[in-house]
Design a protein around this ligand. Structure first.
Ligand code: SAM
Ligand code: FES
Length: 351
């Protein structure tokens, strides 16, 4: 194996980081043996902290109505073919009840930036879930909001917030988003969330249009500095109603390579093997776990709306009941020697 590659992997393991140039070099030197070496190291680190436990999060997709127009996203406001829906508070509570019965102790409420979900309405939903299931964590993934809004939601009981930074490179950010959105505001949100005491998740798509090893190096540097509690990375998958419809999807190999690197940068990080990874390869999620991930997010949304929350083409798990999805994932994890656990699955602070 390339000596330089071995040196970079050793340095990353020891220091929990590399310089921007070194990250870029590590990406450039990717090869099957390098992927294997990084995966081995990543699995050792994760094993030491989390053993073979895989945490589950019940994902409730509460609305596909969005005021934003991110160029890659199937539910962007300008997609006139998107069949819009919004779950009622009662439907959301039913999903949580089903999830609780199935052993989930974290609920992730995710949706487009739907103006219907004012602070008041969302706070009510969060506090209902928290009072009904005090042993559960509530994660929100509802996009960019004001600091005051994040503050109110935190007071209502929200524990965690997922907001992918999407790319840490200004110019790249500008090519993926309309002019009214900015990387600065995205970063402002992440800082506010951290200061307000949330467990915070950032992340990015792998293989998004115009992404280069240089932009990925900046993502890795940002992750090294920000040390997120959670990090959502999954392949970009094109959606037929967006202008990126003909762009190639991200690959399993690069996604897994990055999962391993991120595990080594920040060993306690909660790292999902995403649905998008399972979409581009039938064993994508298992491969994610075997290269450093430790979280899976089965779908708890009502089957009637699943197909409508279509961020990208051919999304999996849109026809299955929640129980089927959970059983399927449990079997998949067991098949590679891991076990889904009934646990809130908070980040373990080891540093
Ligand atoms: N509105 C919230 C937000 O912006 O964070 C949450 C919902 S948003 C649809 C969740 C994530 O889906 C985004 O952060 C993005 O990375 C991912 N996503 C959107 N379109 C995608 C695509 N075509 N392929 C893969 N992931 C995609
Ligand atoms: Fe949803 Fe397999 S995980 S059906």
């Amino acid at each position: 194996m390339n000596d330089r590659l071995i040196y970079l992997v050793d340095t990353l393991c020891q220091n929990g980081g590399l310089s921007l140039d070194e990250y870029q070099e590590l990406l450039g030197l990717r090869c099957p043996q390098g992927e294997k070496l990084l995966a081995q190291r990543a699995v050792e680190k994760r094993q030491a902290i989390y053993g073979t436990a895989v945490y589950v999060r019940g994902l409730i997709e509460i609305s596909n109505i969005c005021k934003n127009d991110c160029l890659y996203c199937g539910i962007r406001r300008s997609n006139k073919n998107c069949d819009r829906y919004r779950l009622s508070p009662e439907q959301i509570m039913e999903c949580a009840a089903e999830g609780y019965r199935l052993g989930f102790r974290t609920f992730v409420l995710q949706g487009g930036e739907d103006p219907f979900f004012t602070d008041q309405r969302l706070c009510q939903i969060v506090s209902n879930i928290k009072s009904m299931y005090p042993d559960c964590a509530v994660t929100l993934s509802m996009g960019e909001r004001s600091r005051e809004s994040y503050q109110k939601l935190r007071s209502a009981g929200a524990d965690r917030y997922l907001l992918r930074h999407e790319t840490a490179d200004q110019e790249h950010y500008g090519r993926l988003h309309p002019g009214e959105m900015s990387l600065d505001n995205r970063m402002r949100c992440l800082r506010d969330l951290r200061e307000l005491g949330y467990q915070v998740g950032c992340g990015f798509m792998v293989g998004s249009p115009y992404q280069t090893d240089e932009t990925i190096s900046k993502d890795l540097k940002f992750i090294e500095e920000f040390k997120p509690d959670m990090c959502g990375i999954g392949p970009f998958v094109p959606h037929k109603d967006t202008e990126f419809r003909d762009c190639p999807p991200g690959t399993v190999e690069l996604t897994c390579y990055l999962l391993s690197i991120i595990r080594l940068i920040h060993p306690p990080v909660l790292l999902p093997a995403t649905t998008a990874l399972g979409t581009i390869h039938p064993e994508g999620r298992e491969m994610g776990i075997l290269t450093g991930a430790n979280v899976v997010m089965p779908n708890l949304s009502p089957v009637s709306v699943r197909k409508k929350y279509e961020l990208y083409d051919n999304k999996i798990c849109t026809g299955e009941e929640s129980a089927q999805c959970k059983d399927c994932l449990s079997a998949r994890m067991r098949s590679v020697g891991y076990e889904i656990v009934t646990d809130r699955g908070d980040v373990k602070l080891v540093e």
